[in-house]
Design a protein around this ligand. Structure first.
Ligand SMILES: [Zn+2]
Length: 462
């Protein structure tokens, strides 16, 4: 009898351990099924040859940009929209590593622990992008076949409404010579997030900020008194340093500080940079976020690089006008101009509005992330007015369909036309948008890049 009782006891313990194990397993399955399903071992269940065979991508207005039908990944019916949105949406084979299809697989695959693999269908979850497909296609057309990048975003929310990177291609008609033709070199890179380029004069507001926040008029010219904002600079067309000189395209003569920006006077900004000194210029380039990598969804932007400290005055002067070894990332430059518009801070750009399940229920909605304080509020106000004057005096207000403040940059190239920039923001109170245009071998920043910005803004105000 005692033996039977002892065996019942052992059986009970074994049964209890067994039931506890079952419960532990069920709980672990409930918590981790989705992660287990999405491991690379199971990739064949929702993709084929790396082509994701579930999930839909739409723009902010519900325009379908990419979807799956009959086991094939397809794209929007308009070729311009397909080419314009390629770098954010993604190519079928994941060659564009920063795209939505490449970085948001786990969001696009809809998996239910209850239904298991039967829950995976072609529609999957939907990623709603912040992009406006029509606006993005207009930006693509405005580039007119040239290589570069364009972005327009809301500096209060971070929502990118338009972003284009060229060279691009049609994901529904992938060119046979895509890998070999030099015209497609860099086509897998989203230049806005992943590249840097010489900024030229779009850097001048950074030097002006550093000067406004640290200098008095007498620091620049002992004969002058009062705040730096009241100082006068006399451009003689060239400024000499011990080891070289910096030129302006013409003699600008006597100018107010605001006019030095509108005239994009190289002599003034080389002189300011040298007066500030390498340590201070370097400190402000960092403060302005130009050496920072921003986190945009699942990707990190390229850091700008500068060689500022320990260099001779002539080189520092050149760095002060955005040349020498200065390299800036378009995204960090856009955030900087957004911060001028926003009073010192701006939202970090973002391409995702939300992720929805097949019933339309919101699964995830990224929150706006603000930049650090990139400048004092008083500096932002000064730069806003100076950049508005720049448009009035230099670029022409009539070229743009709304009030803007902006700065152009033109960087001469030894071969072909100059690389060029146009960066700025709208100043109408109900339009919190900042923009950046960069064109390789585009020509004049104020003309070529300014025209692309004007075309983009015309489509925006429609
Ligand atoms: Zn000058």
């Amino acid at each position: 009898m005692r033996k039977i009782r002892s065996r019942i006891g052992i059986c009970s313990v074994v049964l209890a351990l067994f039931l506890a194990g079952i419960l532990y397993l069920m709980n672990a399955y409930r918590r981790n099924a989705s992660d287990w399903f999405l491991t690379s071992y199971n990739r064949h269940l929702y993709s084929s040859d790396y082509v994701l065979l579930t999930g839909t991508v739409v723009d902010r207005n519900g325009v379908t940009l990419s979807y799956v039908s009959d086991g094939t990944r397809l794209y929007n019916g308009d070729a311009d929209i397909r080419k314009a949105t390629l770098h954010v949406v993604g190519d079928p084979y994941n060659k564009i590593g920063t795209s939505t299809l490449a970085t948001m697989r786990n969001d696009l695959v809809s998996f239910s622990a209850m239904q298991g693999i039967a829950s995976v269908d072609e529609a999957g979850n939907t990623v709603v992008l912040t992009l406006d497909a029509k606006l993005t296609a207009a930006a693509y057309r405005a580039l007119d076949g040239k290589n570069g990048t364009v972005c327009l975003y809301n500096y209060q929310t971070g929502e990118i409404l338009a972003i284009v990177s060229t060279p691009t291609y049609d994901p529904m008609n992938i060119p046979e010579d895509l890998e070999d033709n030099r015209d497609y070199s860099g086509a897998y890179l989203n230049r806005f997030f992943s590249t840097t380029a010489t900024p030229g004069s779009v850097m001048k507001p950074v030097i002006l900020q550093a000067a406004l926040e640290t200098m008095q008029a007498s620091d620049w010219d002992p004969a002058q008194t009062g705040p730096l904002a009241d100082s006068i600079f006399n451009c003689k067309g060239t400024i000499s340093f011990a080891d070289g000189y910096v030129n302006c395209p013409k003699v600008h003569g006597k100018q107010s500080l605001t006019e030095t920006l509108a005239n994009s006077c190289n002599c003034a900004y080389a002189s300011l940079a040298v007066t500030l000194g390498g340590e201070t210029v370097s400190e402000f380039i960092q403060k302005c976020g130009l050496t920072k990598s921003y986190r945009v969804g699942n990707i990190s932007t390229a850091r700008g690089t500068f060689e500022i400290t320990g260099i001779a005055d002539y080189r520092l002067g050149y760095a002060g006008v955005g040349l020498y070894h200065d390299q800036v990332n378009p995204c960090s430059l856009l955030v900087y101009y957004g911060a001028i518009a926003g009073g010192g801070k701006a939202a970090v750009p973002n391409t995702v509005l939300e992720v929805r399940d097949s019933s339309g229920k919101t699964l995830r909605k990224p929150e706006a992330v603000m930049s650090d304080k990139l400048m004092e509020a008083s500096t932002a106000e000064y730069l806003r007015k100076a950049l508005s004057e720049d448009v009035r005096l230099t670029y022409g207000k009539d070229r743009f369909p709304c009030n803007i403040a902006a700065k152009s940059g033109t960087v001469s190239q030894s071969s072909g036309a100059s690389n060029c920039w146009f960066a700025g923001f709208t100043t109408d109170p109900d339009m919190p948008y900042a923009f950046v245009v960069y064109i390789e071998h585009g020509g004049s920043g104020s003309r070529a890049a300014g025209d692309v910005a004007a075309a983009l803004l015309r489509e925006l105000v429609k």
